[in-house]
Structures are given as C-alpha cells and as structure tokens.
Design a protein around this ligand. Sequence first.
Ligand code: ADP
Ligand code: MG
Length: 377
Amino acid sequence: MRADFNVPLEEGKVRDDARIRAVVPTIENLLSRGAALVLASHLGRPKGEAVPGLKMDPVADRLGELLGKPVRKLDRVFGPEVSKAVDEMKSGEILLLENLRFEKGEESNDRDFARQLAEPVDLFVSDAFGTAHRAHASTAGVAEFIPAVAGLLMKKEIEELSRCLENPQRPLTAILGGAKVSDKINVMRRFLQLTDHLLVGGGMANTFLAARGYSLGQSFYEQDLLETAQSIINESEKSGCRLILPDDLVVTRELKPGSESEVMAPQDISGDWKAVDIGPETVKSFGRYISTSAMIIWNGPLGVFETPPFDEGTRLTAREVASSNAYSVVGGGDLVAALEALDLAGKVDFISTGGGATLEFWEGKELPGIKVLQDKT
Ligand code: ADP
Ligand code: MG
C-alpha cells in the first residue's frame, strides 16, 4: 500500500500525524480482511540519496502507537532483504519500507525499479492521494506489474472532490486565495466555467487589482501575470460566473506580528504600504455570497495568515463557511494549515489531504496515480 506519510519531523519524532491517521482506516480494513500489509511512502526531498534524517523509523513508531501493534521497519525499499521479510510475513502483520525517494528510480518512474518494488507483493492499494498527481514508480509505475486499486482515503478524496465537478448544488461558490495567480490559472479558468461566484483574495487578488490599474504600493503581485489576469477578467464577463475581487484591503508597512496596519480601498494604496489581507468590507461581501450558497469550494488563504493579525480575513471567512448551510470542501496545504491553526478545520464538510493533487483534480486533469487504478470509476 502506497501511503502519504510525508509528515513534519521534529527531533526525530513525528510532529503532526494527521497524514498517518488519515490512512489508518484503510490499514485496519486490509488487516481485518487477512492481508499481510507492506507499506511504503516518501518523506521529504532526499532526491535519490539515503538521507539519515529522512528515514521512515519515526513514522513506523507513530503508526505502531496508533494501531496498537508493532510495525516492522526495513532499511531497504527493494531487494533480497525485502523479499525475504515479505515472504516470512503472516496475515495481519505490517511492514514499512524505507523512504521511497532514497531510490533514484522512484521519481523518474524507472520501469525496472517499479518492477522490483512490485515483485514481493500480490496487490497494490493506493491511498496516497496527495502524491497522485505525480507519475512516480510507487504511484503509477507499479500498476504495470500488479493489480492496482484505490484505498479508502483515495476513494473518499475522489468522491468528495468530484461532487462539485459532476453534481454541483447551486449556487456554487469558489473561494481562491494564496500567493500566486501563476499556480492557479488553470483551476481559475475551470472554476469560471463551473461556478456561480468566484471570490478571489490573498496575494493573487493583488495581481488582479494591479491588472485593473491600481498601483498598490509595495504589495506583492506578479508583474508578468497582468495580461493573464486581465484575460481572466474578460473571460469572466462572458461566463456565467461572477468574479469578485476585494473592495478593501488590510495594509501594513512592515510584515511582522502585530505591526501597525490600516484598511484601504485598492485605489488608495501607495508608497510603502502593502496589502496583506482582505479588509472588513470584503469579508462582508464574501460572507453574503457564502451564506446564500449551496456548495462551497475553497483553496488558498486570503491573507498572510502566518503573521497575525493578518489571518483575520481567512479566519472570519472560515467562520462564515462553517456557519453556512452550504456543503463545503477545502483543499490546499497552506489553507488547511491555516484552518488547523485557527481551530476551524473540523467545521468544514471535507478537507482534502492534497495540495497540488487537489488543484489538478479540480482542473479536470486525469491524475497519473488515479488513472492506473482498476476501480477508479
Ligand atoms: P495553498 O497551499 O492553500 O494552495 P498557496 O500556497 O497558494 O496556498 O499560498 C499560500 C501563501 O500565500 C501563504 O504563505 C500566504 O502568506 C500567502 N499570501 C496570502 N495572501 C498574501 C498577500 N496578500 N501577500 C503576500 N502573500 C500572501
Ligand atoms: Mg501552498
């Protein structure tokens, strides 16, 4: 089973085990059905080298605690030692392989490496939705050699993320934030076709406001994306979707916790002020769309949430989403981290474990790690 155990470590221990907990139901399901379970994941970016600080041992320890049973950890990814250990396994036992990205063949999706990975096992279960947008040996390549099926987390992700694409309840509102337009052009275009309202905040809203001709002082925006932003504005006018930009912004001269700030309309921002969050009027206007929606999809924070109080726009908007009757689906690494820090993650209907994978799914791309699954439909 391919899991996404790419967890943050601190002093040799797992600091946040959310990704491990997310696949426990699949693990328990497989064990209860008599499987001998070989688990594998990547951790960090070792780039094909064995990096001691990125070994999987802390994951094995934490998983063992969560399951209440031993998880045997091997120091290899493939080869005779792995084959022997797997051959000796009994039904109900669990084994965790070493970090897949210690091997160069993983990210290059080397066919021979994929074959060796598949060699000791009978069936491939993919539960690593967060890595499904990568065609790696352990996410896609192995499926050439053994039958590949979705795990419970993978299934849930596909079902939840498909809802808004295949069976949207309307009004359907998308909220898009985060730093860059360039990361999210395709998903924006897709949302213009799909949704009734598209609310834009965060650094990416600055790029749209700059495209409208506001100078915005020292605010972050993408100079080379102004034409793209303008063409998205033009497309929105022809689509059935209303593109909503901030009416006011929280500005500061210095980005540090608790620094002095003001609220300004986009046309008033000049000099060394920079826009770092959506303002109260924008929170209200976003709130009106949110409260009358039947379905909400949200990616990206609406301000520099890492530096309070510039998490306020994200926090108040999250509260609107939480208290609305709409079915809400949230994705994106930073937004999810923000909602967790604000203790609001439990208040939305579904939180995707994917970042890039979620965006590509919403773009309508077929993800390589899903494409290979026999039960994908
Ligand atoms: P996600 O991971 O949820 O998809 P992104 O990675 O696209 O989100 O963007 C997250 C980053 O955007 C955060 O680090 C946040 O500080 C930054 N950001 C949000 N608003 C602004 C802004 N007004 N100016 C600069 N950076 C911003
Ligand atoms: Mg991010």
